[in-house]
Every structure is written in C-alpha cells, then in structure tokens.
Write a protein that binds this ligand. Structure first.
Ligand SMILES: Nc1nc2c(ncn2[C@@H]2O[C@H](COP(=O)(O)OP(=O)(O)O)[C@@H](O)[C@H]2O)c(=O)[nH]1
Ligand SMILES: [Mg+2]
Length: 453
C-alpha cells in the first residue's frame, strides 16, 4: 500500500511506578533488539524520544516512527492536553499501540473505560492491543486463558482494535510479532476487505474479486482450471504451485464450500470463499498483493486515466480490438443470440452502477437500458444493440466508456481501445471512415421527436 511512514503512538497506563505497563521498555527493546533485563535501568528514561526505523528494517518500503508518551493523570481528562499533547498525537498516528500489563488486571480494565473511548473520540486508525510482561503470566487451572476471555468483548465493542497480542520486553517473547503486526494492519487493512460482523467479504472487495476471477479465467468457461489457478499464483506471488499443492487447496476448499469446486475447476463462489479463508487466517497481505497486482488502489478502485488528443471535428470511437472484446463478451454471456437483463447484470457484476448512469446505484437505473438502445420484447439486447450501446457511450463520454470496458475485463493497453476519426471536413472530401454519426433532431415541442427516434 502507498504509505511511506507509519507513525505508531504508544499509549497505556503509567501514572505510578506500579502501573507502568512498559511502554518505554518495549520501545527500547524494539530499537536495540535486546531484552530489557540486559539493559541498565539508567538507560530507560521515563519517556523515550521518537524512534525511527528505516525501510530496510520494515515490512514494505515504509519507515516506522514510534512515539512514546507519558501520561500522569489518565483519569482526569482535563489534564490530558498538558500531558504531551496526546490528543494531537492521536490525530497524527497511523496506528495506536495500546498497552497493558498482563500481571495487573486493573491496567486492562482501563483499556475499555478510559483509553479506548479517548482514542476512538480522536481517531479512526487501527488499535493494536499489546499485553506486556507476559513473562509474569499465570494461566488458569483449566488451561483457558483468562486474558483472552477478557479481551474478546473489547475486540467486539471497539471495532478499531485489530490486533491483540501478548509479549515481553523482558524476554523479547513475541516482540517481533508485535512489530510485524503493527505494520501489517496499517499496510494491509482488513476493514476495506472484510466485515467482521457478518463474516463476509465487503461488497467492494467482492466486485474486485469478480473482475480478477474474470481476468484469470482465460478460456472464459466461468471456472478456474488447475492451470489458471497456478498461473494466478505464479504471476501474483511468484510461487509455482504443483499439482499436489492445487489438490490440497481444492480439498480444503471443498470441505468448507462444496459447491465452490467442480470437476473442471473452482467457480466464482469458490474463489470468494478461498479469499475469505485467506483473510480469516490473517493472511490479509495475500489479498492486498493480489489486488495491487491487478491494479486496484487503496480504495479498491482501478484508475483508468487516459486522455485522447483530438481536434475540432474529430470524434473518439471504439477500436477494432475493443469491438472484438465486446463481441466476445456478448458471445460468452448471451443466450440464443440475446443478452437478457440477467446476462447484462452478470456482465456488470464488477461495478455498482450501469455505464449509462454512472452515478446511480438504484435498480431502476439498470432497467432504463431501453432508454438508450433498442431492446427486444423481453427487454434483451441483440448484438447490434449491444454494440450500438457502446458506440453511443463512447461518443458521449469516451473516458466513462473506457473505464467500464476495463471494469468488465478489457485488459489490453488503454490506447488500443479507442481511435480518433478524421476531422469531419476531410470526410466530406474523401471516403467516410467514421462508424458513428452524430445527428440532432430538431423540432417544436410535441411534434414527436422522441417517438420518431
Ligand atoms: N517482568 C517484566 N517487567 C517489565 C517488562 N517490560 C517492562 N518491565 C518493567 O516495568 C517497569 C516500567 O517500565 P517502563 O518502560 O518505564 O514503563 P512505562 O511507564 O509504560 O514507559 C520497569 O520496571 C520495567 O523494568 C516485561 O516485559 N516484563
Ligand atoms: Mg515510559
């Protein structure tokens, strides 16, 4: 993702000596990779200056800046601004590392009734809850972990809490994991892709996956064959899957989503499920890397930016390649030579609005297709109407048309999709090459302009 600096704000109790959760210690342990038991206490100040990690020690091309805090009076909000401007720091942070001391339950209680309300009031960035001093941990008799039990409602009630991890600055246990996860949640956020409440992929991610599936399905049989699946892995992750890897993936998928796997390959439903399983295994970076590979940005959108140079009298039309692509789409989705309304919705399953009404998301906008081109008695489109629709869209707004072409799966270079006609004056002199003619119907109101066209 496109972040060059990750700013981590470390918060947590520290009013009295007994309540110090180990914020400064953990920063010292991060920066020296040394257990704090090996560091003289004189070298651990009460508050550390910001520590910067250069990109070579980070997860992506980013740097990491860790900002320590010192807050004496955490129970009296009126004192907060004088305490190192925590509120201002909150607005600058990319992630908050909220610490408690696992040996002192009261430091954990204060997460829910003091720290998290304060954090969520000032920022929407993710929060990593870090339980320090795990070296002092005692588990309960029946083996269940009481702290995890206590954490669960916290993670449920405060949606910004994306990570819960226990570690020790004294022994370095899990310290690399903390460092990894605070970067991971910033670089690869879960929330745009997955809804924890419904346990479903977000609609936007679903649409992006539909397009990725379509591009990966090269033989256009609505299934990912073993070869196509292996090719996706090889181009996106540079991993060569062999047949037993693929069999294993399909077997795991079959156990969880039987209808997603057929003899000939994985269908779209199965592909969704595969990605859902990937997210549930906290492999969100795998999903983001796939999105990035296919050109999606942080907002899960494709940027289709292409400007055509044209002079007055020239118009922009679809190229032969674009028309061939649209004919292929028609052949793939149509039934008995007609694209039904359902087929049309299937083609545009990768977007939220129809190309003829790009700002509308309502059902009626889709039904309005008959206002733009001739439809059959059953509201379907013949190949002529389908192509006429695209010629019309391109003439009205070629940028919009190009964007939708890409969203339905056109993956050749953008400049190959359009061509500019000769100027109209030249057409008059020589042979006419343009495919689309623009005519105006003029007349008094009520004379039948709409019905005659
Ligand atoms: N047992 C144990 N003690 C720790 C750990 N981390 C910090 N401490 C101790 O906790 C006390 C407070 O640490 P400090 O970093 O000053 O806390 P802060 O006020 O949150 O910055 C110090 O005495 C540290 O030695 C740890 O992982 N395990
Ligand atoms: Mg400190």
């Amino acid at each position: 993702m496109g972040k060059s600096e990750i700013r981590v704000l470390v918060l947590g109790d520290g009013k009295t000596h007994a309540e110090k959760v180990g914020k400064t210690s953990i920063i010292k342990a991060f920066s020296t990779d040394t257990p704090i038991s090996d560091i003289p206490s004189s070298q651990i100040p009460s508050v550390s200056p910001p520590v910067v990690f250069r990109p070579e020690n980070c997860l992506g091309d980013n740097s990491v800046t860790i900002v320590d805090t010192y807050c004496k009076e955490y129970l009296d909000r009126r004192d907060m601004p004088s305490e190192g401007n925590i509120e201002e720091e909150l607005t600058r942070a990319d992630i908050v590392m909220l610490m408690y001391d696992i040996s002192r339950p009261e430091t954990m209680d204060r997460l829910a009734f003091f720290w998290l309300p304060l954090i969520t009031q000032h920022t929407k960035v993710p929060v990593a809850i870090v339980g320090n001093k795990v070296d002092l941990k005692q588990t309960t008799g029946n083996g269940t972990d009481q702290y995890e039990e206590l954490m669960r409602p916290l993670l449920r009630d405060f949606k910004q809490c994306e990570v819960f991890i226990e570690c020790s600055a004294k022994t370095l246990l899990n310290l690399h994991e903390v460092y990894y996860h605070i970067q991971r949640v910033v670089l690869y956020p879960t929330e745009p892709l997955y809804d924890y409440d419904s346990r479903e992929l977000t609609p936007k991610f679903g649409k992006a996956l539909t397009l990725i599936f379509r591009l990966a399905d090269r033989d256009k049989d609505f299934l990912l064959s073993d070869r196509e699946l292996a090719d996706v892995h090889s181009v996106v992750y540079n991993i060569q899957l062999n047949s037993s890897d693929i069999d294993r993936i399909k077997e795991v998928l079959r156990q969880q989503c039987e209808e997603g796997v057929t003899e000939a390959g994985i269908n779209l439903h199965g592909f969704y499920h595969l990605l859902k399983m990937t997210i549930q295994r906290i492999k969100i970076n795998v999903c983001w890397n796939m999105l990035k590979h296919f050109g999606f940005n942080d907002e899960l959108e494709l940027s289709v930016d292409y400007e055509v140079e044209k002079k007055p009298g020239q118009t922009v039309e679809l190229s032969r390649q674009a028309i061939e692509f649209l004919v292929d789409i028609f052949n793939q989705y149509s039934h008995q030579g007609v694209l039904t309304y359902d087929d049309l919705r299937e083609i545009f399953a990768t977007v939220f609005s129809p190309p003829w009404a790009p700002n509308r998301r309502d059902e009626q906008a889709w039904l309005n297709i008959d206002k733009h081109v001739e439809t059959t008695a059953e509201a379907g489109l013949t190949i002529q109407s389908w192509l006429a629709l695209w010629h019309l869209l391109t003439m009205l707004d070629y940028k919009n048309s190009l964007k939708y072409l890409v969203y339905i799966g056109y993956n050749l270079p953008l400049d190959s999709a359009l061509q500019v006609t000769r100027s109209r004056d030249k057409d008059i002199l020589g042979m006419v090459r343009r495919k689309v003619y623009c005519g105006f119907v003029i007349g008094y109101p009520g004379v039948g302009k709409v019905t005659s066209s």
